[in-house]
Design a protein around this ligand. Sequence first.
Ligand code: BV8
Ligand code: ZN
Length: 256
Amino acid sequence: MTTSIDFTDELGRRLAAAKHVVASTGAGASAESGVPTFRDLEGYWSRYSPEELATQAALVRNPILVQSWYAERANRLKSIVPNPCHNSLVEMEEIFPRFDLITQNVDNLHQEAGSTNVVELHGNVRRFYCSECGSDRKNAMPDEIETAVCCEACGGLIRPDVVWFGEILPQENIRYACEAARACDVFLSIGTSSVVYPAAGLAEIAGSSGAFCVEVNIEGSAAAAIMDELCIGPAGRILPALAKLAKTVRRANTKS
Ligand code: BV8
Ligand code: ZN
């Protein structure tokens, strides 16, 4: 296992030969766009536990806190833009015969960057709906929430279209993600602490199915031990270098 941005020859060989690459992203992929991660110093979860924020029970117990958190995250989308990590992942769609992008992120930045087939495991904070009757909320959430935001049709509490703890993931998406992890030649785990399941299990599936597993992170995650290569550094710097390496070795491969 190596830990450097100057990539090993083995990684070059794997990228040159790969028919199918999977990239799986977490909050670290959006960090350089200015989106706070869950576990960094000002991370929300350093102030609140996940159960206080990302559960249906939290919404019922403290609707203003939970709705304010998500409204702030949703409304921030207007002022944030994709970073070079997101842009390099768009490029990778053209580099490999099959490229799958799986994300735990709910910030819509992969779509903003132009990725065409984003498999969202935990939903998208752009969408809000009624937790009682399920009807979509048409207009944006207010910037300031003093009283709980309720459904115009039935009075139910409005919630974000994200997967909370204890909620099942979109079955089609997690099934697709597991199949892709099982089938791929190279698995890139980018900017995730790898502690939340079942998303964190994808690297294990990939590694045990023979994929060459690469972690891109500013520090080793909980899955570091199962990685074949650790690329320590910001995703916004490493992903462009990875995309460049892939193009170079695949061009050389076609010439030889
Ligand atoms: C389910 C959406 C079952 C909401 C999220 C034990 C006890 C209790 C529960 C469980 C348990 N074991 C498993 C579970 C289930 C639980 C779970 O895994 N809990 C964990 C805490 C142990 N999982 C669930 O509940 C899931 N559902 O299992 O349902 C079920 C089955 C049948 C019927 C009913 C239920 C649902 C989990 C989804 C929760 N929702 N998000 C929202 O966004 O608000 S989770 C959320 O946190 C993210 O989506 C992500 O998945 C997760 C972790 O965040 P990361 O993305 O990894 O970000 P983090 O801040 O942690 O780390 C950032 C990383 O980036 C760091 O490593 C950092 O070093 C790095 N970084 C920072 N800057 C950079 C960088 N890297 C590169 N470049 C940089 N510049
Ligand atoms: Zn309703």
